[in-house]
Design a protein around this ligand. Structure first.
Ligand SMILES: NC(=O)c1ccc[n+]([C@@H]2O[C@H](COP(=O)([O-])OP(=O)(O)OC[C@H]3O[C@@H](n4cnc5c(N)ncnc54)[C@H](OP(=O)(O)O)[C@@H]3O)[C@@H](O)[C@H]2O)c1
Length: 343
């Protein structure tokens, strides 16, 4: 029997994407939809301004949206809450014994909350203390941090990493709906995204960190990020300069990237891509328009791999921000928990 789940922030961009991706999911079915008081009390089809090109699933159209004061019957909650409200709401649900699989940034750096990319750091699930049957939380990273960490992981394992410099080119959908005003973004590039750079820098050192005595020790590599908002609808592209601990070999690194896989591929998890990383076919790839939907948005594409000096490598990576960087990342985390017997 499928496990019943709730979607918190069901009317937002990530909430809608979770609903779409769970439409025919073999393990999870949506029981309840939660949004703010202004959306609650009405049918989902009437209250939600659906913005995905795929149609709204029939199964949710007549569901009545509830607010956060309503007691929930499901143990598992997918959170796509706005970060201005997620902090306390998620803690409150945890105290009531729920398991939160969250997209929101609020608790990603908490010491008892794992920040997971299932192909990269599934061992970080050890941070969860579920012995007293209380609620707990698992998070997926910031939408750019997922793309960066996936691209770094195979290199990190074989070469070690000392320093990473990143310039991001982040799509407009990364700001949610309605997002950045058209006037600001059309035909333009904005060289700053408030709050984004320190978030990405910290999250990468946690994801690459190790577990010692059930505590996370963040990796000591230096990460420096400069973010840009660009006039692209979906897909965050990142330009990476990576200084490794041992000398780089470009052909070997390309091989490591294209053959990279992890637990999701071993266990054939339902939403997992067959290959998490693809190599761009030529020097003009990756491009958001051509590569963002690879493996239904769950695979990233890496290109422009070149040696800068003995220990420094350059590459460009691209991933779908609302799928691999958001809704799909949360669902893959829930599938990992399910396959571990933790939910
Ligand atoms: N967009 C991305 O690429 C991306 C990627 C990864 C992670 N994230 C994170 O995922 C979360 C959702 O992002 P988004 O882009 O989907 O944002 P969004 O489109 O602005 O949606 C926010 C959702 O939160 C709900 N909400 C707001 N206040 C609430 C309250 N007091 N009680 C209950 N629900 C409330 C909204 O409901 P109403 O419609 O009723 O206001 C809406 O459903 C954010 O924390 C974001 O940082 C986003």
């Amino acid at each position: 029997m499928k496990k019943k789940v709730t979607v918190l922030g069901a009317t937002g961009m990530i909430g809608q994407t979770i609903i779409k991706l769970l439409e025919d999911h073999p393990w999870f079915s949506i029981e309840t939809l939660v949004a703010s008081k202004s959306s609650s009390g009405g049918k989902y089809s009437e209250k939600c301004r659906w913005i995905l090109s795929d149609p709204m699933p029939e199964s949710v159209k007549d569901m009545v949206i509830v607010d956060v004061d309503t007691a929930l019957d499901t143990h598992i909650l997918f959170s796509a809450l706005d970060s201005s409200v997620a902090d306390e709401i998620e803690i409150d649900y945890r105290q009531k014994g729920h398991i939160i699989v969250s997209n929101a940034s609020n608790h990603r750096m908490d010491s008892d909350v794992p920040l997971i990319i299932p192909e990269v750091n599934p061992d970080h699930l050890q941070l969860i203390d579920n012995e007293n049957n209380g609620g707990w939380e698992i998070t997926n990273p910031n939408c750019s941090a997922v793309v960066i960490s996936l691209a770094l992981a195979p290199i990190f394992i074989e070469y070690g990493i000392q320093q990473v410099f990143v310039v991001t080119m982040q799509s407009s959908s990364g700001a949610g709906y309605p997002g950045v005003p058209f006037f600001d973004l059309h035909g333009n590039v904005l060289p700053y995204i408030e709050g984004e750079e320190p978030k990405i820098e910290k999250e990468i050192t946690k994801i690459l960190g190790s577990i010692e005595n059930k505590r996370i020790v963040n990796h000591s590599c230096e990460v420096s990020v400069q973010t840009n908002r660009v006039a692209v609808l979906y897909g965050h592209m990142v330009s990476l300069f990576v200084t490794t601990k041992s000398a780089v070999n470009v052909e070997r690194i390309k091989d490591l990237l294209s053959n990279f896989s992890g637990i999701p591929q071993e266990r054939n998890l339902p939403i997992a891509p067959k290959h998490p990383i693809y190599l761009g076919e030529n020097e003009y790839r990756p491009q958001p328009r051509l590569d963002v939907d690879r493996e239904n948005g769950m695979a990233i594409t890496v290109g422009r791999v070149k040696k800068v000096n003995e220990n420094t490598l350059h590459m460009v990576a691209l991933g779908h921000n609302t799928i691999r960087g958001g809704a799909g990342a949360a669902i893959l985390n829930a599938e990992l928990l399910h396959s571990e017997g933790m939910i």
